[in-house]
Design a protein around this ligand. Structure first.
Ligand SMILES: *Cc1c(COP(=O)(O)O)cnc(C)c1O
Length: 294
């Protein structure tokens, strides 16, 4: 957990940052992947796992598989960033590439999994995955103590739903805020509508939250458990990337800044409060980082 007087002065509140950019694999995703893999029955785990992702979930599943002594197959688009492909391969995973304009990845993943007898590990729509993601909030509250408010980014909803379960059990009075990119406010719309709303792939620099809809398991928890869903624009994310790098010496990817940007946008209502912020990840190529903050 990281705190900063500069940040507290800016926010007018005491902020407690859970820095998952410093987590193994560079994002909180390792928590869910490891939890899900470790709960598989031994023969099933030994047969190997499969994930389809071009992002942090792929690295997390590859790393968790290596830790638990099994094999991971990762289905990635041909045009996935070279650094992500290299990192995933570096953790020992087998990479299967596909043309994202010609092939449906879920079908391809299901076919490969069936042929090879692998278990698919989804990025958020799974009880063990979201339970694992919840440990980030559990640790934050154990270290910071009771909180008045908690800000968590929102993509498919694994991190937020896990946070709700952990926070409600350990810091019952905390107000929980989910934060999405303004261009992809499907979570807010779903929450208001009381059912999962689907959208086109949103145009945002927050690539970890470019999901088109919430997962069913996360939504069931978010629907009842969240106090507010708010959105922030890309400019606010870049401002936070700059702030975290220059003042706290933290390299955070755009998606990882959603929660902090959300908290800073709610300054007035947070005055004097104890506020938890999940900084969700730090996997961003340095060239891209420089281009964004430059
Ligand atoms: C996956 C991811 C998210 C979104 O998490 P969900 O569980 O899909 O809501 C946010 N930030 C980072 C860095 C991620 O990798």
């Amino acid at each position: 957990m990281v705190t900063s007087r500069t940040l507290d002065a800016m926010a007018g509140a005491s902020l407690f940052l859970k820095c998952e950019n410093l987590q193994r694999g560079g994002a909180f995703k390792f928590r869910g992947a490891y939890t899900a893999l470790s709960r598989l029955p031994e023969p099933q785990r030994a047969a190997g796992v499969l994930a389809f992702s071009s992002g942090n979930h792929a690295q997390a599943v590859a790393l968790a598989a290596r830790e638990l002594g099994t094999s991971a197959t990762i289905v990635m688009p041909l045009d996935a960033p070279a650094s992500k492909v290299a990192a995933t391969r570096g953790y020992g995973a087998e990479i299967v590439t596909y043309d994202r304009y010609a092939v449906d990845r879920e079908e391809l993943a299901a076919t490969i999994a069936a042929e090879r007898g692998l278990t698919v590990i989804p990025p958020y729509d799974h009880p063990d995955v979201l339970a694992g993601q919840g440990t980030a909030t559990l640790e934050l509250i154990e270290e910071a103590g009771e909180l008045d408010a908690l800000f968590v980014c929102l993509g498919g909803g694994g991190l937020l739903s896990g946070a709700i379960l952990a926070a409600r059990a350990t810091s019952p009075g905390v107000r929980i805020h989910g934060v999405e990119p303004a261009a992809g406010d499907d979570g807010l719309r779903s929450w208001r509508a009381g059912e999962i709303v689907h959208i086109d792939v949103p145009r945002t620099i927050a690539d970890g939250a470019q999901t088109q809809h919430l997962g069913r398991y996360p939504f069931a928890i978010i629907r009842e458990g969240v106090d507010e869903i708010l959105t922030v624009d890309d400019e606010a994310l870049v401002d936070c990337m700059r702030l975290l790098a220059s003042r706290l010496k933290l390299v955070v990817e755009p998606t990882g800044c959603l929660a902090l940007a959300g908290a800073l946008s709610r300054r007035e209502s947070l005055a004097g409060q104890r506020v938890g912020v999940i900084v969700s990840g730090g996997n961003v190529d340095l060239d891209r980082f420089a281009a964004l903050v430059g």
